[in-house]
Design a protein around this ligand. Sequence first.
Ligand code: FE
Ligand code: FE
Ligand code: ZN
Length: 290
Amino acid sequence: MLIIGSHVGFNKNDQLLGSLNEALSYGANTFMFYTGAPQNTNRGPIIDGYTLQAMEIMKEKQIDYSKVIVHAPYIINLANGDVEKFSFSVRFLKEEVIRCEMLGIKYMVLHPGSHVGQGVDTGINNIIRGLNEVLENSSVTILLETMAGKGTEIGRDFTEIKQIISGIEKKDLIGVCMDTCHLNDAGYDVSKFDEILDIFDKEIGLSYLKCIHVNDSKNVLGAHKDRHENIGFGEIGFDSLINIIYNPRLENVPKILETPYVNEKAPYKHEIEMIRNKKFDSELKEKISN
Ligand code: FE
Ligand code: FE
Ligand code: ZN
């Protein structure tokens, strides 16, 4: 069965229950959310009542909660070795792990980080050091996201991801999230996805792949830009994305859309419908706007 959803909100009024209801309104059977604004540290308490209500509904709807994803805030940068910035990132990531544990979340996606001129190897060593500290007291698995390679981003290829994983002490608490837009922008031709999976399997191991962000890209192969586009409207194209989504080797891996809003409207209901129909709708953006 296709496990598909999108990024959804998580607000203070109804928390996980609101996230779930938003996902259900899109016809999704999974979802991903930030536990608070990704660009700041303001976080309210987790209210168990909402979590329990959401869990009950998910049971009814046969949604596998173990595949629901949290995205770590992007102000966390474990690659930066600056003492103050590094300790902030470690501390905030530890707090996010606790919030995930309170919510019963199993997987959290994390951008590996940017080395900000300190060099790739130093950056990778910082990430390893930070993650080992965070994972010491964690029951949450952290998924390293493959990045587009803009600026000094680490995780632009499988070799860098592999290097990080090889330094992690608790291998059962580390995994990978592929982002199709980032892969394209990093220079991986996702129209040949089986070849990419072969390379990934050889370098890292397919069992580490726990999530896929399905996005089209506004930019050409290898552009190192990272600008998402709606499904079928970008440089990757509809057919390649459908092939990825329905690849039998990825059947149990949740697929998450992070495509841009159209005229301030979420595109996900329409995109999920289009994906289920396996037929590109060139008027999709007009339909979303209306
Ligand atoms: Fe991300
Ligand atoms: Fe992503
Ligand atoms: Zn991105």
